[in-house]
Design a protein around this ligand. Structure first.
Ligand SMILES: C[S@@+](CC[C@H](N)C(=O)[O-])C[C@H]1O[C@@H](n2cnc3c(N)ncnc32)[C@H](O)[C@@H]1O
Ligand SMILES: [Zn+2]
Length: 207
């Protein structure tokens, strides 16, 4: 007997979002731990990414750039997929992870149909940021825990000098694990930020 193929509903759909522009919404239940989508786009150097968005208005916070590392930025504005429509949230249901220099968006809890997918962009701060950088990157996620900004939380000054705890020889904690979510998306690359303020920052993954 011929096997009938049962097409499953797609995992998500792209539509207008109450947070910003388009967003990505679960079309069915997505279990915690599911890799939802890879963040795809043109893989370019920071220099090239900077050049592409050099003329961007410094007060325009919109970006499809994602910093992979010190060499590579993914520009989802060119050959990007639906991952570029996933909005930032301060209490997100997904996180970005890196595997072999590729970026994946993974559910960090079970997501119900209709819920908007989100991850924390943790956009990198720079020492020469404009005083109103948090306004420019204001967050509209609406979470009770919203920190008000798509930028990473400002680093708090340490009260006491930090002493590393003694540790038995061996693997560092977390070694071999996928990168944590907060290393994800970015503005334009740092060099560009230095030149032209906030424009073009990318979501980040540690550089
Ligand atoms: C990767 S795009 C996400 C898709 C975007 N909504 C769109 O329609 O193009 C990232 C941009 O969306 C906007 N955005 C995403 N999350 C946001 C949030 N929580 N608050 C305000 N703007 C947000 C910002 O302009 C950000 O640079
Ligand atoms: Zn928020």
């Amino acid at each position: 007997m011929k096997k009938t193929s049962r097409r499953r509903t797609p995992l998500f759909e792209v539509r207008h979002s109450p947070i910003h522009g388009y967003g990505v919404f679960a079309a069915r239940r997505i279990r915690k731990g599911t890799t939802v989508i890879e963040y795809l786009g043109d893989r370019v150097s920071h220099v090239k990414a900077d050049a592409r968005y050099e003329d961007k208005d410094p007060n325009d916070n919109h970006t499809f750039l994602f910093t992979v590392d010190s060499r590579t930025v993914i520009d989802a504005g060119v050959n990007g997929n639906d991952a570029r429509y996933i909005n930032h949230a301060c209490d997100p249901n997904c996180e970005s992870t890196t595997l072999n220099k590729r970026i994946f968006i993974e559910a960090i809890r079970t997501i119900q149909p209709g819920e908007e997918l989100s991850y924390d962009y943790q956009i990198q701060r720079d020492s020469d940021d404009a005083p109103n950088v948090d306004e420019i990157y204001a967050c509209r996620c609406g979470a009770a825990k919203c920190r008000g900004s798509m930028l990473e939380a400002p680093k708090r000054a340490r009260k006491k000098p930090h002493r590393a705890p003694r540790r038995a020889a061996g693997k560092a904690p977390g070694a071999g694990k996928k990168a944590a979510a907060h290393e994800h998306t970015s503005r334009r690359s740092r060099a560009a930020n230095r030149r032209s303020g906030a424009a073009g920052r990318s979501q980040r993954r540690g550089r």
